[in-house]
Design a protein around this ligand. Structure first.
Ligand code: AP5
Length: 202
């Protein structure tokens, strides 16, 4: 049911601040001497997609035909665990930065379906949340990304509600805990500290 290392899957709607919170977590964990490996699921999918000439950037992945996304998802989950198994020992912690639900043109699509969970075997699934207004504002400020397909405040609110439910549904397969963490405006460090508490209690 578990890997020798602990696995914490961090989810949240695009732009909620997962990557930001995880970056602060890495600093806090280093100070406490915790061995962390951080893997961004999208990076692994993007690498495979670029190699196959399917996309030019990460925001195009969720608009690929579903069969292509499924194959990229399979490759990413497998590669993440293979790398972590080589790098982490019993005391290590794998943090996976990903999504419980992806908004695609074909509908909401699970980021953590059974085949992904069979690879990751998460100890915990963390859902990072903020108000839909805060998330939409962060998306708008972050000019490096294309996120307008998420649908503004209303789209974010709908996706966030469904993504929380998807996170809980995914937790059932491997008896993972579900921790919901607020990433309030200007308070990403607070969210990172709460995430550290979750990790230390696993
Ligand atoms: P992914 O790689 O997850 O995208 P990402 O780069 O991680 O970015 P996100 O859009 O999720 O944003 P974020 O929440 O990390 O926010 P950030 O910290 O940048 O996904 C790429 C693609 O890969 C997906 O679209 C999907 O197609 C695919 N994919 C991934 N996982 C998958 C899976 N399991 N299955 C299938 N497909 C999958 O922050 C955003 C902004 O907010 C920044 O400007 C930041 O400075 C600001 N900010 C953050 N926190 C705060 C705060 N507290 N106060 C003020 N500003 C803040």
């Amino acid at each position: 049911m578990r890997h020798p290392f602990k696995v914490v899957v961090v989810t949240g709607v695009p732009g909620v601040g997962k990557t930001t919170v995880i970056k602060i977590l890495a600093e806090l964990a280093a100070r406490e001497g915790l061995k962390l490996k951080i893997s961004n699921f999208g990076d692994y999918m993007l690498r495979a997609a670029l190699e196959s000439g399917l996309v030019k950037n990460r925001d195009e992945i969720r608009r690929l035909p579903l069969r292509s996304q499924l194959e990229l998802q399979r490759i990413a989950a497998k590669s993440i665990v293979e790398e972590a198994s080589k790098e982490l020992g019993d005391g290590g912690i794998l943090i996976v930065d990903t999504h419980a639900l992806v908004k695609t043109p074909a509908g909401y699509w699970p980021g953590l379906p059974k085949h992904v969970l069979d690879e990751l075997k998460p100890d915990s699934i963390v859902v990072i949340e903020a108000s839909p207004e805060e998330v939409a504002a962060r998306q708008a400020r972050d000019k490096t990304r294309y996120r307008s397909d998420i649908g503004g405040v209303e789209g974010v609110a709908r996706l966030m509600e469904a993504a929380r439910a998807a996170g809980i549904a995914s937790a059932v397969h491997y008896a993972s805990t579900v921790a919901i963490i607020e990433n309030r405006e200007g308070r990403a460090e607070e969210a990172a500290r709460r995430l550290l508490e979750v990790i230390k209690s696993l």
